[in-house]
Design a protein around this ligand. Structure first.
Ligand code: ADP
Ligand code: TRP
Length: 323
């Protein structure tokens, strides 16, 4: 079973990225053949500053390695080191109706917000489908907001297979148990909403953010509903099940203030992510080793992509000059 996922290098990773996507990426590396890549070509749709894109690309690699991605188990690479993926995106565009792309939530949301939409954003699902199909991936672990893109990939694989012949396998999405992690204001945690808690933030600044998580105004002496509380939602991700049960009980009983739950959340954050700051600094000091890891990964990934692309061109009747 081949597992594949991409991570956009668009800024520091946060708890939403970790619990929505990264955690399962790392867990799946044991027992599966995993391909994970840094989706730098996708990021061009929003980051148009060379220095920032280079920095964010380096940061994502450092942060995945820090959190335990093991390059001896996983094929880890940069999307742009396998240029065949852009060739496949073009071929897929020729069997895909424009209407399918117009239905993409990610694109519609941007239009609704009045943002200027470039063609890259409109075609984003084509490149993502090419990423998935070119490695004949079976399983794609992602956050909930990406599921529609995977359903579109299934459709595109079907269009191609019906038009030509069975070249592509049908990929399935895989969700974590935390499909939507709330941010400090209760909306979906996202860099673009500025409501995120970073994975490697400064201890004091993070504690301040946690203490500022939005809660309702139920007084200490009244019972509270854990199911609607943002602090509880994050506690559930970080605490052991027995402790979660205990908080559930304390919320429902009277006499607990939100401040107490927030303090515990800050401690749990620090226990899990605090020790990673030093490991992050160690990886950040080894750019040459990281470059070697990414190049070795790209070599393996590219061999698969070239083989699939040859099959695609053969199926369509594109004649490729023999080198
Ligand atoms: P952001 O919204 O901060 O820009 P991205 O869109 O780059 O985050 O998301 C990268 C990955 O992390 C995706 O797979 C996405 O589904 C997941 N993810 C991001 N935010 C959350 C969240 N709040 N809850 C669950 N998963 C999330
Ligand atoms: N669109 C994904 C995101 O924003 C990143 C991505 C690009 C991806 N290509 C992919 C994820 C292929 C899974 C498979 O998170």
């Amino acid at each position: 079973m081949r597992v594949l996922s991409g991570i956009q290098p668009s800024g520091t990773l946060h708890l939403g990225n970790y619990f929505g996507a990264m955690k399962q990426h790392i867990e799946l590396q044991d027992g599966h053949e995993c391909f994970y890549f840094i989706a730098n070509l996708h990021s061009l749709t929003t980051i148009q500053d060379a220095a920032r894109l280079r920095q964010f690309t380096a940061d994502v690699a450092v942060e995945y390695l820090t959190m335990g991605l093991d390059p001896s188990k996983v094929t880890f690479f940069r999307q742009s080191d396998v240029p065949e993926v852009t060739e496949l995106a073009w071929v897929l565009s020729t069997v895909t109706g424009k209407g399918l792309l117009e239905r993409a939530h990610s694109f519609k949301d941007k239009v609704a917000k009045g943002l200027a939409v470039n063609m890259g954003l409109f075609c984003y699902p084509l490149l993502m489908a090419a990423d998935i199909l070119i490695y004949r991936s079976h399983l794609v672990p992602v956050g909930k907001d990406q599921v529609q893109h995977i359903e579109m990939t299934q459709d595109m694989a079907g269009y191609f297979n019906q038009t030509y012949r069975e070249v592509f396998v049908r990929p399935e999405p895989r969700l974590n148990d935390a499909p939507i992690v709330p941010g400090i204001d209760g909306q979906k945690m996202s860099k673009s909403y500025g409501n995120h808690i970073e994975l490697f933030g400064d201890a004091k600044a993070i504690k301040k953010k946690i203490m500022a998580i939005k809660t309702d105004s139920t007084p200490v002496e009244d019972p509270k509903n854990p199911e609607t509380c943002n602090v509880f939602a994050l506690l559930k991700l970080l605490a052991e099940p027995a402790e979660v049960q205990e908080w559930d009980r304390r919320y429902r009983a009277a006499g607990m203030g939100y401040g107490e739950a927030k303090k515990r959340l800050a401690e749990l954050y620090e226990a899990k992510f605090g020790p990673k700051r030093a490991i992050r600094a160690q990886w950040a000091a080894r750019p040459d080793d990281i470059e070697d890891i990414l190049r070795a990964g790209a070599k393996r990934a590219r061999a698969v992509a070239q083989e699939v692309m040859a099959d695609v061109y053969d199926a369509c009747g594109i004649v490729v000059a023999k080198s």
